[in-house]
Write a protein that binds this ligand. Structure first.
Ligand code: PXP
Length: 255
């Protein structure tokens, strides 16, 4: 990626599967949403196969891998079961996330510093199979340095706390969360890590974070699929890409 081009946009299609599963059956199909997103310019597709299969199912992951022409990012817990499925699926990338059954979504980043040995094994097994591994972590120097020690090529910085604070009203807390992200992104890049970001992003926050030149990729799901109800998948992808391009141009002008 040139620092002049906007970050890549990965679209998470989990929530299409959530809606499908509310009734059972096959409609709406997350693969169809992925194909529409790709046709509108998405650079990649992300799907999270959770231990409880609450949205994406094994068959969805296999169909995504077979039917989409852009990189597939397999979001997963670092369990033996998921590592085996990822190895069999052979996606372009795997993003390791923490998972708790009771959570509504992925609430916090991975505690890489606290589980270096176990995560190191998963990172090595996936990496040896040619799968690009990213670790989903908070913008916390301890976690970033631990990710670098594990030689994961990529970290995805959890933007949820910042986005929540922005939604409640730009204030001192939102600014503090933003500063934490800016510092963490710079530290991760200085450790040689490729830096991605995601969770809770909308047009406004995606535009702002795209101004950071180190950000190579954003992964966005919930807001996009909500917007797609009103404007369609293709239009929301085009609007998001435009927001990210504006942010990157502004960042370039400021640097
Ligand atoms: N990145 C990771 C690692 C995630 O776990 C999620 C949520 O599934 C996202 C990005 C996308 O978050 P959101 O759906 O809030 O855009």
């Amino acid at each position: 990626m040139s620092k002049l081009s906007p970050p890549r946009l990965g679209i998470n299609v989990d929530h299409v599967a959530t809606l499908r599963n509310a009734r059972g059956g096959r409609h709406p199909d997350p693969v169809r949403a992925a194909l529409a997103a790709v046709a509108a310019g998405a650079d990649g597709i992300t799907a999270h196969l959770r231990e409880d299969r609450r949205h994406i199912r094994d068959d969805d992951m296999a169909r995504l891998k077979a039917e989409i022409a852009v990189p597939l990012n397999f979001e997963m817990a670092a369990t033996d079961e998921m590592v085996a499925i990822a190895l069999a699926t052979a996606p372009h990338a795997a993003c390791l996330v923490p998972e708790r059954r009771a959570e509504l979504t992925t609430e916090g980043g991975l505690d890489v510093a606290g589980h270096e040995a176990a995560l190191g094994t998963a990172v090595a097994r996936l990496g040896d199979a040619g799968i690009r591994v990213s670790l989903f972590i908070a913008a916390d120097p301890r976690q970033i340095e631990a990710a670098a020690r594990l030689k994961a090529p990529v970290v995805e910085i959890h933007t949820g706390a910042w986005c929540d604070a922005e939604t409640e009203g730009p204030d001192v807390r939102a600014e503090a969360e933003w500063r934490r992200i800016v510092t963490g992104v710079a530290l991760a890049a200085s450790c040689g890590l490729e830096v991605h970001a995601g969770h809770g992003l909308d047009y406004v926050t995606a535009e702002r974070i795209s101004a950071l030149p180190e950000i190579a990729e954003l992964n966005i799901g919930h807001y996009m699929m909500g917007e797609a109800l009103f404007v369609g998948v293709g239009e929301t992808v085009r609007m998001m890409r435009a927001a990210m391009a504006r942010g990157r141009t502004r960042g370039r002008a400021a640097s």
